[in-house]
Ligand binder design. Structure first.
Ligand SMILES: [Ca+2]
Ligand SMILES: [Ca+2]
Ligand SMILES: [Ca+2]
Length: 403
């Protein structure tokens, strides 16, 4: 059962699964980072490097990197949802395999590993009229609890929406996927997706764009077999809160976590990182746009979201980000990349390693221990049927609207 359990849990989700509210090394005070300099929570950004130690320049527009141990070898890898180039609406999911160590990752690049849809060699379209603009965000979750991670993808623009790609379970080395349930149809120009634990129950939640300008938090639900699903309706939407300290709302990729380690369990206060476009971008061509990682504190009792400060400025337009413990040290890290129209240094993938341990030790897992065997999942024998069944059962989620 040990190996079976291990297979069920892609590492990024495991790391995120349990209690964001637990604090390591200091007593919870329910005074989150509002009085802290947000920059003090993370180390200086470093670019992901290839096997030779050289920074990886993807030359792919508007990437979205996420951490998971794709091949279950105990070293975290990175999946990158992105365009196939800098001037195309075709998108793909690339696997950057970690060929270094868990603590000091290096990645195979250029990579030949592309996540495929079984039924077609065509990839995905993220067209929004402007070929380089749409984003393709990817979130691993074992949606049907069969021991193989599936992918929740958000194509962001009107071309599709938020959909589950079901892992056929036929190969752990070169997994293939079939289209599963559409969780949420996006009308036009949605916001970016996000995640983290928004309600402090220890289960990862998902943030869907619910319309052009807003989003809702869909609570994560465990099914008892290790799978992770998301609720049919948002438990919280942007409309419930007043933002303090800037105009508008979060722009993209909001992620909740107890980054400072100061949030008490069950606290009304939640810390959030999100990406935002530099206000000065307005009069500049997209290729010259910059993006920020902003830090916020959400206060349920006050009904506010307060912008606390800036974590980092990236010289890339349309930056997308996620959180995960890339180096496995028990501290949540922040990954991001971006860039449109030019494929230079702005398409590097950056990681800002977290400083303080803020992931409870009992929830830290990596891949298999030496000598453990990978057990094929039972459900791998009939994946298309499962995908169909799931699709049918979730079709009524399409068109869900904010509360
Ligand atoms: Ca790995
Ligand atoms: Ca949660
Ligand atoms: Ca870390």
């Amino acid at each position: 059962m040990k190996t079976d359990r291990m297979l069920r849990y892609p590492s990024v989700w495991i790391l995120l699964v349990a209690a964001a509210s637990a604090c390591l090394g200091q007593e919870p005070t329910d005074t989150p980072a509002g009085t802290l300099d947000p920059q003090s929570l993370f180390r200086e950004p470093v670019a992901l490097v290839n096997a030779e130690g050289k920074p990886i320049i993807t030359r792919r527009a508007v990437g979205h990197p996420v951490v998971l141990d794709f091949n279950a070898d105990g070293r975290n890898d990175v999946l990158l949802g992105c365009h196939r180039g800098m001037d195309t609406a075709a998108a793909e999911i690339l696997l950057l395999e970690n060929v270094g160590t868990q603590a000091e990752p290096r990645f195979r690049w250029p990579t030949s590993k592309v996540v495929r849809l079984q039924e077609t060699s065509e990839g995905f379209s993220v067209s929004c009229g402007c070929k380089s603009g749409g984003t393709f965000e990817v979130f691993p979750a074992d949606y049907n609890a069969d021991g193989h991670f599936d992918l929740v993808v958000n194509t962001f623009w009107q071309s599709d929406g938020v959909r589950v790609l079901m892992n056929t379970g036929k190969s752990r080395e070169n997994p293939t996927f079939v289209r599963g349930a559409m969780l949420h149809k996006i009308g036009s120009h949605g916001r970016g997706s996000g995640g983290g634990d928004w309600d402090g129950d220890g289960v990862m939640d998902f943030v869907f764009p619910v319309n052009r300008y807003g989003w809702g938090v869909y609570p994560g639900q465990r099914d008892g077999r290790g799978g992770l699903r998301f609720a049919d309706k948002p438990s919280m939407t942007h409309a419930k809160y007043r933002i303090v300290g800037q105009d508008g709302w979060f722009e993209h990729s909001p992620y909740a976590w107890n980054f400072s380690g100061r949030c008490a369990a069950g606290s009304d206060k939640i810390e959030i990182v999100a990406s935002a476009s530099d206000p000065a971008n307005k009069d500049k061509p997209y290729s010259a746009h910059r993006s920020h990682v902003e830090f916020y504190v959400l206060d349920r009792s006050a009904g506010t979201v307060t912008r606390t400060g800036r974590v980092w400025t990236n010289d890339a337009a349309l930056m997308r980000m996620s959180i995960g413990d890339l180096n496995g040290d028990g501290s949540m890290d922040l990954l991001c990349t971006g860039g449109v129209f030019t494929g230079g240094a702005e398409t590097k993938i950056w990681v800002l390693y977290g400083k303080a341990p803020n992931i409870p030790s009992e929830t830290r897992r990596s891949g298999p221990r030496p000598g453990e065997e990978l057990k094929p999942a039972e459900a791998a024998k009939k994946p298309p049927a499962e995908a169909k069944e799931l699709s049918n059962s979730l079709d009524n989620r399409v068109g869900v609207s904010p509360e």
